[in-house]
Write a protein of this length. Structure first.
Length: 67
């Protein structure tokens, strides 16, 4: 798989945790740690499904090009 297909995915994945860190940095463990952890877990689930969708889209494009 060529690098050019990964570039948009990396532009999504790399800035998101950085933005998230600065957004949550002041109150990540207080006063409601459970809600913060749930939102972090939700963010990880979102990343997973975004990645799966993106990779399936790349596979479909590559399959169409071969056909």
């Amino acid at each position: 798989m060529k690098l050019k297909y990964w570039i948009p995915f990396l532009f999504f994945i790399i800035p998101t945790p950085v933005i998230t860190y600065f957004m949550w940095a002041s109150h990540i463990w207080a006063p409601y740690p459970r809600e913060e952890m749930i939102s972090i877990i939700g963010l990880c689930v979102m990343w997973f499904f975004t990645g799966v969708t993106y990779l399936n889209g790349i596979r479909a494009v590559m399959k169409d090009r071969k056909a």
